[in-house]
Design a protein around this ligand. Sequence first.
Ligand SMILES: Cc1cc2nc3c(=O)[nH]c(=O)nc-3n(C[C@H](O)[C@H](O)[C@H](O)COP(=O)(O)OP(=O)(O)OC[C@H]3O[C@@H](n4cnc5c(N)ncnc54)[C@H](O)[C@@H]3O)c2cc1C
Length: 479
Amino acid sequence: MNDAPRTYDVVVIGAGPVGENVADRTRAAGLSTVIIESELIGGECSFWACEPSKALLRPVLVRADARRVVGLDPGTGRALDAAAVLAHRDEIVSNWTDDDQVDWLTSVGVDLVRGHGRMEGPRHVAVRTPDGATVRLEARQAVAVCTGSRAALPDLPGLDTLRPWTSRNATSAHEVPGRLAVVGGGVVAVEMATAWRGLGAQVTLLVRGTGLLSRMEPFAGEMVAESLREAGVDVRFDTTVAAAVREDGPGGEVRITLADGGQLVADEILFATGRAPRTDDIGLESIGLTPGSWLTVDDTGVVPEVPGGWLYAAGDVNRRALLTHQGKYQARITGAVIAARANGESLDERPWGAHRTTADTAAVPQVVFTHPEIASVGLTTTEARRTGRHVDVVDYEIGSVAGAVQYAKGYQGKARMLVDPDRSTVVGVTFAGLGVAELLHSATVVVAGETPVERLWHAVPAFPTISEVWLRLLETYRG
Ligand SMILES: Cc1cc2nc3c(=O)[nH]c(=O)nc-3n(C[C@H](O)[C@H](O)[C@H](O)COP(=O)(O)OP(=O)(O)OC[C@H]3O[C@@H](n4cnc5c(N)ncnc54)[C@H](O)[C@@H]3O)c2cc1C
């Protein structure tokens, strides 16, 4: 073991999408940068989350859309070719290898140390490498924690012998289970219920609350629940899992006991019941923080609880928005902040300034890849009510727009726009309908740009596209 630390300007712990982007930005600014990764470069998103889940969902959603297009033969009643879909998913995740991403790190000049990183006091990180050695690193300017999150499991007795699915199994399984019980009502639960139902599993969705997607506009969850039921998913609300056990032996069934005494048998049980930060073993105690806690950051990405301004946290681990694109946005800004401070430059911390993650609180976009798709950015009515913010709420049925009529027979969808009446700007938008994912960025530009409603009248949507819903929302608002 060599005890002398290797010194870099910046040490990044975790090479998921967010860590990669912090490292890219600091390196591009001329700072020497090393990144530490204990699993695969690319993180959860590339291998067990965004990428494989969307590879599973794409054929399911295209077929559901195609069933509403006259003249196509989407194979109604026939199952999808699950083996082909799973093989395609394997290709999308490069069979869980990260050679391409390693090449990319090399091409941008970022050093890589494989192994588990732990802080050992301020600015010092020790990496336990796969061959049992320890590499010590010291950061002149900054340590950026980008260790992400893992699935949080409920505290059920016998969990160790249950062998439940988490999001990792749900995105990497190589066989379609006959019966799949999905516990949860959030994004991962509804996307995975959609995917595995489409691939042929009998799916039961066990939701503790009274609806799906509780953080979004209520109509979003209602439409997804209705569509899941139409697709044959058994959606049960007000349902809590009290116990679950797996029968002995290979292929043993899962016996689930519900809080109301009901019983359910499944081949697999997926817990999509939230996320926990991967901070339990990164040496937080050595810098006065509590292991296992989320890392709260300010709008420049700094963890203010730690003196000296050298510790940053970006991505899932700071709990601001557990989304790849938002974490990468934080990473770009965090990288710029680290570089500016290293060069002795002052920061532009004004709202929407180069060194402030304003969008984290004003304009987080999210797509739920279900049938229908849900796309939202900014405020929802629930959030406006919770924070006491006065907004005008404008609703429109997307199915009445010519583009939607062309898109699919019997198109049903809903758009909601929230306007701040004092500033006359749009502060939140939600679309629910087929093909609305690609509409979302128009809403994000409007919200982040704080475009006055009067100016939006001059943004002319092409005919006949679903984007004409913007015009109808404006007319409804004026009316
Ligand atoms: C099923 C599912 C689907 C999703 N779909 C989407 C989607 O469509 N779009 C979207 O925007 N978001 C999606 N997300 C969320 C997205 O996956 C995360 O927001 C994103 O991966 C966060 O990136 P990150 O870099 O912060 O963390 P991660 O991707 O978790 O990466 C963290 C990295 O740090 C490494 N690490 C952790 N601890 C250490 C340590 N001590 N030493 C060294 N390395 C360490 C890990 O191995 C990992 O590689 C989805 C999530 C799930 C679960």
